[in-house]
Design a protein around this ligand. Structure first.
Ligand code: ACO
Length: 427
């Protein structure tokens, strides 16, 4: 392969360097293109644009490969817990026993919110979308922990990373408790990450929530499978906001807002709404597929398709297995799982979806698992955000250390040419 490419612009030949990644992905470095030619590149949606180089996550969408720091996602199926994977993503290697213990302790010690923050929850309307509360409250952490205004020392960063990884759970659980008018549950220092979150969500003064081991394992894997996905919409948002020098809390709060949209993390809610609508008899699965193919409707088969995966999404395959196993274990016969399978079967044998390489994505089965655990639909995208937090932190840190350049794309202006101002009386 070449280490430069030559292009001809207005008769002038220029050479552009080629960057090669670990897995032999090739990118043309166009950072001097405008200086040399006066031209910029045009790529709405950034489908062909590499915004950075990164050491964190590798995806090959054609082959359905996803690796965190080189480790294939399938290897996380059995042993590690979410805390280990968080450390791996944020700090680059699997934690030693001492690092794991220290980070776990930091998570435990930093689970509580400042008591003054509790009052903020009361200010939101009961029906406020939990993603709005999550984003606002993560941003509010900057007020209570103003020390983290830049990449900081390693120690300072470790504490801040633990603080955010831990407190997002508490914020999420408090948002839920507040929405149902229930008292808040403080974190239990004797419980590990996942069961502690479920305790904060579901314990009541009269009945402590006991986390079943199979439920814990399913939830743990679900969080791991959401933990990073390189330059997706929310992570790119975190990096872009961070590039202005904004602190980690503010940058991750922006990531929550980007994740909220139904074409991104909000799809897990949309999938459940779609399955529910079919279940309640509004439309049959076949009607829904037909509508999703109809270019005159704006319906999409939610939980299907991906910008990068054009073969299969390995996370969806793993989550389908988790869903089947958990429902069997809990003895739940969820009709929505049956509908999901039916939709998947129809779509995978339909030329519309096959030709466009549309396969189930991570959101297709995650809602069924969360529903089986008792998580309300309104909290699905919040759970995605808890899972994605280590990825956002890792990317915020990487971009802060790697580059001091603000992210600032250009545009091709297509508005009116120079036009004179007309006084109000003469318009
Ligand atoms: N249902 C029906 N048609 C679809 C779907 C779908 N779910 N997804 C894509 N298409 C069609 C488009 O209409 C388009 O058809 P055309 O070529 O005839 O115009 C073609 O497939 C390509 O679609 P794009 O929107 O250009 O693909 P893109 O890569 O930009 O979008 C996306 C990817 C946003 C995920 C899209 O597939 C989608 O909207 N899916 C449903 C929402 C969803 O599940 N989002 C979660 C993604 S995973 C995540 O963010 C965690």
């Amino acid at each position: 392969m070449n280490n430069v490419v030559r292009i001809t612009v207005d008769g002038k030949v220029i050479e552009l360097p080629v960057i090669v990644g670990t897995e032999a992905e090739h990118g043309i470095d166009i950072s001097r293109l405008r200086d040399q030619t006066g031209y910029i590149t045009y790529d709405p949606g950034y489908g062909n644009t590499g915004s950075c180089s990164s050491d964190i996550t590798y995806i090959d969408g054609e082959k359905g490969i996803l690796r965190y720091r080189g480790i294939p996602i399938e290897q996380f199926e059995q042993s590690p817990n979410f805390v280990e994977v968080s450390w791996l993503l944020i700090f680059g290697t699997l934690p030693t026993a001492a690092e794991y213990d220290r980070f776990s302790q930091l998570l435990t010690n930093n689970a509580m919110l400042d008591e003054a923050m509790k009052l903020h929850f009361e200010g939101f309307p009961k029906q406020a979308p939990p993603m709005a509360i999550l984003s606002a409250m993560i941003n509010t952490l900057s007020c209570f922990h103003p020390e983290l205004q830049g990449p900081e020392s390693d120690d300072g960063f470790e504490l801040a990373a633990a603080r955010l990884t831990s407190k997002i759970r508490t914020i999420a659980a408090f948002a839920y408790r507040s929405s149902i008018g229930a008292p808040y549950n403080y974190s239990d220092p004797n419980q590990p990450y996942v069961s502690n979150f479920l305790h904060m969500m579901f314990s009541n003064p009269y009945a402590q929530y006991e986390c079943d081991e199979e439920v814990r394992k399913a939830f743990n894997l679900l969080l791991i499978l959401h933990a990073d996905h390189e330059q997706n919409c929310s992570t790119s948002t975190v990096r872009m906001v961070g590039s202005s020098g904004a602190n980690m809390y503010a940058s991750c709060a922006a990531g929550v807002c980007a994740l909220w949209g139904p074409l991104h993390g909000g799809a897990n809610v949309a999938v459940l709404d779609m399955l529910d609508q079919i279940h309640k008899g509004g439309l049959s699965a076949a009607d829904y597929v037909k509508l999703a193919k109809d270019k005159n409707s704006d319906v999409r088969l939610m939980g299907f398709g991906h910008r990068v995966y054009k073969n299969f999404d390995p996370r969806a395959n793993m989550l389908q297995k988790v869903a089947e196993k958990l429902l069997t274990y809990l003895g739940k016969d969820d009709p929505l799982l049956k509908i999901a399978r039916e939709l998947e079967e129809m779509a995978l044998s339909d030329p519309y979806f096959v030709e466009r390489k549309l396969y189930p994505n991570v959101d297709f089965y995650s809602g069924i698992i969360l529903r089986a655990i008792g998580i309300p639909t309104s909290m699905f995208t919040v759970i995605f955000a808890i899972g994605r937090m280590p990825g956002w932190i890792a990317h915020w840190r990487e971009q802060s250390l790697m580059s001091s350049k603000i992210s600032r794309p250009r545009q091709i202006y297509t508005g009116p040419p120079v036009t004179d101002y007309v006084a109000k009386s003469e318009r």
